[in-house]
Design a protein around this ligand. Structure first.
Ligand SMILES: C[S@@+](CC[C@H](N)C(=O)[O-])C[C@H]1O[C@@H](n2cnc3c(N)ncnc32)[C@H](O)[C@@H]1O
Length: 159
């Protein structure tokens, strides 16, 4: 698995604890420094999701799952979202899953306005060759009912 925008490694470390083979990737060295200190045995990579080349980074030929938790998508540099989604999809194996959770209004974001709607996100994912498989209101799997936070699961190669 790839934890895209791993920050301090909160999700990476928990996935590894549960037995998954996971790599944490972030653009911010100071975030990665904390992750490396907390879990020195895990794999941490500094890279920009907008210029992602997993083969050049030595990350192999494809992930079963890419996760972007904790508002990574709305915090991307504005305008880079389509290329980031294309890059994330391109490092999935066939039928691999792209899982992202983010806020849809300021109460769930460290921003004054929500920059990304679900329609935006689904369009970027669709252009990247993935299709919406499931959508939840929480990471615990509560059904999504047009609330202000969504966890979306897209699958590569299914129209
Ligand atoms: C709010 S934090 C979420 C951290 C982690 N996913 C979590 O849930 O605890 C968002 C992270 O996305 C990273 N990020 C933003 N833009 C990025 C980019 N273009 N490439 C890689 N990481 C990026 C930031 O550096 C930051 O660590």
């Amino acid at each position: 698995m790839l934890d895209a925008g791993c920050g301090h490694g909160r999700v990476t470390i928990e996935l590894a604890r549960r037995g998954y083979d996971v790599v944490g990737l972030d653009i911010d060295d100071s975030m990665l420094d904390v992750a490396r200190r907390t879990a020195p045995d895990l794999r941490w990579v500094r890279a920009d999701l907008a210029q992602l080349d997993t083969r050049a980074l030595g990350l192999g030929g494809g992930f079963d799952l890419v996760v972007a938790a904790g508002n990574v998508i709305p915090l991307l540099a504005p305008g880079t979202e389509p290329v980031v989604l294309a890059n994330l999809a391109s490092c999935l194996r066939a039928r691999g899953l792209l899982v992202a959770g983010f806020g849809l209004d300021p109460s769930h974001l460290p921003l004054a306005e929500a920059p990304v709607t679900l329609a935006d996100y689904d369009a970027w994912c669709s252009a990247a060759g993935t299709a919406l498989e499931r959508r939840y209101a929480t990471w615990q799997g509560a059904p999504y009912a047009h609330g202000v936070y969504a966890v979306s699961v897209h699958v590569l190669g299914k129209k």
